[in-house]
Design a protein around this ligand. Structure first.
Ligand code: ATP
Ligand code: PAF
Ligand code: BAL
Length: 281
């Protein structure tokens, strides 16, 4: 497996692959990889001739008050996981390699970024879409793999690719969970043992919301009320948002009459965790 730290090194490898007529899969990550990332990489390996995994903690998607400085890192362990999963290239640049001091081009997806995480993190998706565009250009990917755990991100990237006529298929992958239900996340490492226990309210609320919808409930207030009650019963939890939005447009809905995303962000102590389910109709 190759490790590229410069854009030119990565492009050179990709040029060779493309010259041989091979398809390329891209898996963008911020590192500190776990089984969620591994599932994306394995799917890419199964579906593409060659796979590039990027490990890049993208500074421009973090606001100054967020956790860029403390975000966990372990590049040595990441490379072992990536190699074992069967990928061919790791792209691991320094921020200065991707962002020139006078860089002034950013990708801003509107509307679909105005709710959910876009509300609390107003500059976040501009940073995500800018770096994802760059990674797609560098890798010349035929397919790019994203987890449903970051469901709004998946919808935003899909919309960007459609609106900008980019030549890449965006593949969404299911949420991988711990045995007790907690969605796997690099940020779970921030949790103390008591917080780890408290964090189960997210997946419990997701299960309850999904169960109600399976039983036929469609009223957002009823569904979200039941979910919020589970979270509010936990003293270590503080809700950022629990919302139901249309899955295609990420706009609030009162009654689910087509596919919806029911998503939440919840602080457990100081750690902000997300979880969701999509109810297809
Ligand atoms: N539990 C999971 N199941 C499926 N995909 C996941 C999971 N966790 C992360 N991913 C996906 O992996 C990709 C990289 O995510 P990222 O590096 O931010 O990992 P993370 O563990 O979600 O970190 P964070 O703590 O920042 O939420 C994204 O497409 C994300 O949706
Ligand atoms: C897609 C991504 C790697 C872009 O930095 C990041 O937002 C993430 O890890 O989900
Ligand atoms: N997985 C989302 C990246 C972030 O929280 O910045």
């Amino acid at each position: 497996m190759n490790i590229a730290t410069t854009v030119e090194q990565a492009k050179q490898t990709v040029r060779q692959w493309k010259a041989e007529g091979l398809t390329v899969g891209l898996v963008p990550t911020m590192g500190y990889l776990h089984e969620g990332h591994e599932s994306l990489i394995k799917r890419a390996v199964a579906e593409c001739d060659r796979v590039m995994v990027s490990v890049f903690l993208n500074p421009i998607q973090f606001a100054p008050n967020e956790d860029l400085a403390t975000y966990p890192r372990d590049f040595a362990a990441d490379t072992v996981l990536i190699e074992n999963a069967g990928a061919d290239l790791v792209f691991h640049p320094e921020p200065s390699e991707l962002y020139a001091p006078d860089a002034c081009t950013f990708v801003n997806v509107e509307e679909i970024t105005s709710e959910l995480c876009g509300k609390t993190r107003p500059t976040h998706f501009r940073g995500v879409c800018t770096v994802v565009s760059k990674l797609m250009n560098i890798s010349q990917a035929d397919r790019a793999y994203f987890g449903q755990k970051d469901a709004q991100q998946l919808a935003v990237v899909r919309r960007m690719v459609r609106d900008l006529n980019m030549n890449v298929e965006v593949v969404g992958c299911p949420i991988v969970r711990e045995e007790d239900g907690l969605a796997k996340s690099s940020r779970n490492t921030y949790l103390s043992p008591a917080e780890r226990e408290a964090a189960l309210v997210l997946s419990r609320a997701v299960r309850e919301g999904h169960h109600l919808m399976e039983e036929g409930e469609r009223d957002a207030k009823t569904i979200l009320g039941a979910m919020r009650a589970i979270i509010e019963a936990e003293p270590l939890a503080r809700i950022d948002y629990v919302e139901m939005v249309s899955w295609d447009g990420i706009k609030p809905v009162d009654v689910a009459d087509s596919s919806v995303l029911v998503a939440m962000a919840v602080y457990i102590g100081k750690t902000r965790l997300i979880d969701n389910f999509i109810f297809e109709m």
